[in-house]
Design a protein around this ligand. Structure first.
Ligand SMILES: NC(=O)c1ccc[n+]([C@@H]2O[C@H](COP(=O)([O-])OP(=O)(O)OC[C@H]3O[C@@H](n4cnc5c(N)ncnc54)[C@H](OP(=O)(O)O)[C@@H]3O)[C@@H](O)[C@H]2O)c1
Length: 214
């Protein structure tokens, strides 16, 4: 089993490090191939760098660790290769203005997950995941006792099985929040479950309470 990670910035780099530490093989790809090569060299024999096309072709699962605007270009370009793959989407509808202030890039109530799922070919197996925590939180909270939960959202059984495997390999506890229509609950800047560190019992209790109040 091999996972392609497209984008080697804050989130892509952190996911790659955790997966390799958990025994998974990864192929990393970026616009600047030298950055992907540097990350693969750092990670050792379970990682290699490739072009975006080559990485997707050889992988069972593809993590699109890209900003939503970049996904709007990359997904149509790679649609044929993404057909049939599990696609993991950590994106949030977040942008930053010239003063560094965060703003929502989609209308209130529209999730990044619904946009990305809609861009993918019909045969792709979509899951929203790995974007619930900030990159620093994600980097520092793997393999805690008890394990920290990473929420995911999907309508697809194959995507769910892969998300669970990858989240466990990365050192976290997977917990489904719902289908794609629930993706907004685990996305920044305003999803009620994003950015929160929970163990499994706390996460289950919070989903039940806040879902009931939604
Ligand atoms: N940072 C966080 O705390 C955080 C938390 C949760 C979720 N997320 C989400 O994760 C996603 C990535 O965020 P990030 O902070 O990791 O961003 P980032 O550090 O800016 O990394 C984005 C990566 O995407 C690459 N990229 C852009 N266009 C590409 C293309 N056409 N082909 C291949 N690679 C391309 C960039 O390469 P270049 O540098 O060469 O452009 C860069 O390596 C976003 O959707 C964000 O909402 C981020």
């Amino acid at each position: 089993m091999s996972t392609a990670i497209i984008g080697v910035g804050n989130i892509g780099g952190t996911i790659a490090r955790h997966l390799v530490a958990g025994g998974e093989s990864v192929v990393v790809a970026a616009r600047d191939e030298s950055q992907a090569k540097a990350l693969a060299d750092e990670l050792g024999p379970r990682a290699r760098a490739a072009s975006v096309e080559e990485a997707i072709t050889g992988a069972d699962a593809v993590v699109l660790a890209l900003w939503l605007d970049n996904m709007r270009e990359v997904i149509p370009q790679q649609a044929r290769l993404l057909d049939g793959k599990v696609v993991v989407d950590p994106s949030n509808p977040i942008g930053f203005d010239e003063k560094g202030q965060m703003f929502r890039t989609l209308p209130e109530g529209e999730s990044s997950g619904s946009v990305v799922a809609g861009l993918l070919p019909a045969g792709a197996h979509y899951v929203k995941g790995f974007g619930t925590l900030g990159a620093d939180q994600l980097a520092t909270s793997a393999n805690r006792k008890p394990r920290v939960v990473l929420f995911y959202a999907t309508n697809d059984d194959a995507a769910e099985a892969t998300a669970q495997r990858l989240i466990r390999a990365a050192g976290f506890e997977p917990l489904k929040v719902g289908g794609v229509s629930d993706a907004g609950r685990i996305e920044g800047p305003d999803g009620e479950l994003q950015g929160r560190i929970f163990d499994l019992d706390e996460a289950r209790a919070t989903i039940a309470t806040e879902g009931a109040n939604a």
